[in-house]
Design a protein around this ligand. Structure first.
Ligand SMILES: Nc1ncnc2c1ncn2[C@@H]1O[C@H](COP(=O)(O)OP(=O)(O)OP(=O)(O)O)[C@@H](O)[C@H]1O
Length: 304
């Protein structure tokens, strides 16, 4: 469990994180979303005790990071996959990390297996692709078998297979009961990976909701309909007496907002309009996010 309470960080005149409070629960993947410069990395660094907050605090399992007796057993983090010594081998790097944290060598082999690097364990890191470096970073985060994981943009620069691997891994780690916080600005990926979302803009909390709730609240739902006789359908949807909001869409279809499909189907049947397509269309996470942030002064200021 991570608890962020009134966390703020200023760099000179820049307020990078502004009175941020949220929790990261065990058993779910929490996506940490926000545009570039929103304050995600700064927040994660403060949770990990790498930056000192100007105000507020962040607790991991009820304690600030600096007070954790065995930090690697409490929390695993992937911040910057390039921050490793290229001259070391993958195994050497993990053994060094294990030894300096009082962890047994057996964990090194276990995590190398878990991230699929066992075959290249004795190769030097400088020859690793970005995807291999990300896997090594994840291996380091998993070394202490921690109940809490923080990953900053873990899918950046990965190919589709690598992205899928991270997604499956994170969902599996949450299913084991761990608290997983993962930042990203890739909406489609977050929609597939995160059960819960913490959205920030200009350092401030904009939303803290389940992914489904977030899309429900900020996205639109439309019903797409097509009829054998398009003129009859058009007259029904837009003619006098209709209280529906309908817009023409491609392929001769209409998109109706503000009415359930049952009502539209019943109305069509009652008026002898034969439908051959009726489908509910929900906004994607990306569309919901764009709609929400379009209304947010914070975001507009960031985007400008
Ligand atoms: N060490 C620093 N010194 C001065 N300003 C900083 C420092 N670190 C971050 N900032 C500023 O704080 C703000 C938040 O940056 P941060 O990197 O936390 O955002 P982010 O959401 O992680 O963005 P990105 O998606 O681009 O990584 C930005 O305006 C950034 O320029």
């Amino acid at each position: 469990m991570i608890e962020v309470q009134g966390l703020s960080k200023s760099y000179g005149q820049t307020l990078a994180v502004d009175d941020l409070s949220f929790g990261v629960r065990p058993g779910v993947v929490t996506g940490f979303l926000g545009p570039n410069g929103a304050g995600k990395t700064t927040s994660m660094r403060m949770i990990l005790g790498l930056d000192r907050p100007t105000a507020g605090r962040a607790l991991i399992g009820g304690r600030p990071y600096v007070e954790l007796a065995d930090p690697l057993r409490q929390v695993g983090a992937l911040l910057d996959a390039h921050a490793v010594h290229g001259g070391r081998t993958a195994r050497g790097h993990l053994r060094w990390l294990a030894h300096s944290n009082g962890l047994p060598d057996s964990r090194v082999d276990a995590v190398l297996d878990q991230v699929g690097l066992a075959e290249v364990a004795r190769k030097r890191i400088k020859g690793f692709s970005l995807g291999m470096r990300q896997r090594l970073g994840v291996a380091g985060a998993l070394l202490g078998d921690p109940p809490v994981l923080l990953l900053d943009e873990p899918v950046n620069g990965l190919d589709p297979e690598g992205i899928r691997w991270i997604r499956t891994l994170l969902r599996g780690l949450a299913a084991e009961g761990r608290a997983v916080l993962v930042s990203s600005h890739l909406m489609t990926e977050m929609a597939l990976t995160a059960d819960h979302l913490v959205v920030i803009g200009r350092g401030r909390l904009l939303a803290d909701a389940s992914t489904a709730e977030f899309i429900d609240r900020h996205g639109r739902t439309r019903v797409r309909v097509r009829a054998v006789d398009p003129d009859k359908l058009s007259a029904l949807l837009r003619g006098p007496g209709s209280d529906l909001t309908a817009e023409p869409a491609e392929g001769g279809a209409w998109e109706v907002t503000g009415a359930e499909p049952e009502r539209i189907a019943a109305l069509a049947a009652a008026n002898g309009v034969v439908l051959y397509e009726i489908a509910v269309q929900r906004d994607s996470l990306e569309e919901a996010f764009m709609r929400m942030t379009a209304d947010s002064v914070e975001y507009r200021a960031v985007a400008a």
